[in-house]
Design a protein around this ligand. Sequence first.
Ligand SMILES: [Zn+2]
Length: 58
Amino acid sequence: MAELRQCAWCWLVMDGTGTYRLQPGRKIRSATHGICPACKAAMLAEIDGTSPPALVAA
Ligand SMILES: [Zn+2]
């Protein structure tokens, strides 16, 4: 069984296809925490002060 990967920012969980789209509604302690593409883009935009190209369009 694959490990659970959860975004530590928005709590979305990666599904079997590698897409963060499951919404558990809480932080899962046993999951591996990372950052999803959407939050990463938002963070980069905050740092740069500009919006990155459509990285999160998919
Ligand atoms: Zn996120």
